[in-house]
Design a protein. Sequence first.
Length: 84
Amino acid sequence: AFSESSQSLYKPEPLEEVLTGDVLNILKVTTELMNGIERAAMDASYVQELDGILKEARTLENHLKQKRESLKQRFTVIANSLQS
């Protein structure tokens, strides 16, 4: 059994304070989760945007390669006609 002095050291918290603390903790965790979800959505958006940029860059690269080949062929034709 507790002695009288140890019982006087223990002071139970009022239910309202305990519940307020719990609610505040829940709100804090919820806020952290929402911030994490928001960051993940932004990251996904950035990844999607970068993916679009990469696809566009590849399309441009292929177009430039085709143009280069076309110019090579034209220069070859011109060079051959000048040599004749």
